[in-house]
Write a protein that binds this ligand. Structure first.
Ligand code: ADP
Ligand code: MG
Length: 251
């Protein structure tokens, strides 16, 4: 990958959650999707979030990214407290500082790769930076595919386009919800490596939900959730150790 044409990147943004709870009404009772999560992720860290289905991973990510509002608790991205921002402020903050990658890519069918990648800039009224765009497309291995439509891409290519789109506005923090979940393991590993490399170059903080112990083992730290609560954090664990831990939580 060639060196980034841009040096003025916003780096060094931490993600902090304090006592974050999210409940949903469920008939006469409440579902606690998140139940008092306190978590401090250092600026520039790469964190994997794991846990059984329904343990609150997506809710955690959506709340931390400002896509969803917690019922109680505080969330800070860098110096900005999300709770208390107006909807407009939140939208602007998200657009400027946060990249989000979904399992299902969420590319717009009738737009080309380039148009999809530029979309966040257009929505934000920012002008595309051709050098940066070329750099990103090269970084994710899509040079030469700029004019393809999503249906002309493989799953791995579509997810790499979604990564370029998530990075185009140079977000300080990138959230990814099972970005490799719909891909075979080899393609998943490639996509992950792209995400890791660009994050490192940009000094981004990355929070990634995954079911894949091999993906999680490549992170600096793995955070486990169970029943909406933090169920442990490990650093430097092997694939086998992580797989064992997750099978214990799923019991
Ligand atoms: P995960 O991503 O770990 O599978 P989620 O964060 O999607 O878990 O969901 C956590 C819990 O909250 C689950 O029990 C889920 O059914 C519930 N939940 C999530 N969103 C809603 C909603 N909009 N309404 C009701 N329950 C919800
Ligand atoms: Mg989920």
């Amino acid at each position: 990958m060639s060196p980034s044409p841009t040096t003025a990147l916003r780096t060094g943004t931490s993600v902090r959650l304090h006592g974050v709870t999210k409940t949903h009404p469920n008939g006469p009772s409440l579902v606690r999707a998140l139940d008092g999560v306190t978590l401090d992720l250092a600026a520039g860290s790469f964190t994997a979030v794991m846990g059984p289905s329904g343990s609150g991973k997506s809710t955690l990510l959506n709340c931390a990214a400002g896509l969803d509002t917690p019922t109680s608790g505080r969330i800070a991205i860098g110096d900005t407290e999300l709770v208390g921002l107006s909807p407009d402020q939140l939208t602007r903050f998200r657009r400027d500082r946060i990249g989000f990658i979904f399992q299902s890519y969420n590319l717009v069918d009738h737009l080309t790769v380039t148009e999809n990648v530029r979309l966040p800039l257009l929505l934000g009224g920012a002008r595309p930076d051709p050098a940066w765009e070329r750099y990103l497309l090269e970084a994710v291995g899509l040079t030469g595919m700029e004019r393809r439509l999503p249906r002309e891409l493989s799953g791995g290519q579509a997810q790499r386009a979604a990564i370029a789109r998530a990075l185009i506005a140079r977000p300080a923090v990138v959230f990814a919800d099972e970005p490799t979940g719909a891909l075979d393991s080899r393609t998943g590993a490639q996509v992950l490596s792209v995400l890791r490399t660009t994050a490192q170059e940009l000094g981004q903080t990355v929070v990634l939900v995954t079911h894949d112990a091999a993906v999680a083992a490549a992170a600096d730290e793995v955070v486990f959730l169970q029943d909406g609560r933090l169920a442990g954090r490990v650093r430097g664990a092997s694939v086998d150790e992580i797989a064992l831990r997750i099978s214990e939580l799923a019991r």
